[in-house]
Design a protein around this ligand. Sequence first.
Ligand SMILES: [Mg+2]
Length: 374
Amino acid sequence: MSGFKAGKFERHQVFGAVRPFCPTHAVHKLQDVDTEALANRGIKLIMIDVDNTLVVWRKDDFAQETLDWVAKAKSHDIQIVILSNTRNPERLTRLAKMLDIPALRGKFKPSKAMYQEALKKFNVNESQAVMIGDQIFTDILGANRAGIESIWLQPISHHDFVGTKVSRVGERLLRGYLYRALSEPIDLPETPEQAAAKPFWERKIVHQIVKFGIVGGSSFVIDYCIRMTLLYQAPFSEFARTQGVWLQTHAGALFGGFKGPIEAFTPIAVTCSGTVAILNSFYWNRLWTFNIRGKEDRGAQLRRFIAISLVGLALNIMLTSMFVHAIPAQGKQALRIATVLAAVLVAVWNFTAQRLYAFKTPAAAAGPTASPRA
Ligand SMILES: [Mg+2]
């Protein structure tokens, strides 16, 4: 789940209706649960969910780190019991056997029945137990109803039962409220493995490409509108015409070749509109696409951004004229195809160079898509 935050929740800060869904803690992975610390404060029983908490949904192989974590908990004299809503009791028995721990199945979580059964079975009270699970609406809600501390774990994979997929939408809506009560947020940058495990459309680079496209579109519209206004919209058009006449009279060597005064003024109008469009792209790509906050390095980033844009412009001119000659089509048709092809390649250049050079940050070096705010 992208945007998952770890830390300790101040449950009293959450408003009443949401409080039953608020865990005590959230962790990125099972290994972040310090079993020694739990033992030191009197925890004797860990109740734990199975799918996407101990093992990937529907899979049978535990990660070595999970096996190590279970062994460590046992070494601190903590008993572990699986509480599961599974519809496959054979698999549950098999998994529990592999970990050499018991498993309970009963009235579905978030019913408190299974939690109470576990307390009774292991002869411990509510304050001596903790529940660990990846789902708010079953694992965490059930623990809260039973008066047991709960640890919300980031699901270890994005594969889920179809009903769970629906409840994930609810979790996304809820967690905004819950995170307000997070007192010690620990937000780790995404590892390359975590990034690769995400569905395609949830990957940060995909979001960046979409945002980059939207910013590019807005800059195109800005460029076009300013240019057309300066050249053809009164009272600017009158100004453009008189300046064009002046340019053709006083700088004939440069502007004499243009068909008329408006055409002679076009390079000036294009420079103005292009500058505003470049600044628009810089502002929104920095803030929105690449998520960079603060004024630090802004000057250096702008210089690199302009250098990249100028290289992009040169590439555009070079590629367009190259394609026009290479494309076997009629004049105007060939120009149209060449313009689109060149624009696509230049967009690839601009995106890659901005991502890896203009807006590269120390945090980005740690992970391919990490950003300072992440
Ligand atoms: Mg689960």
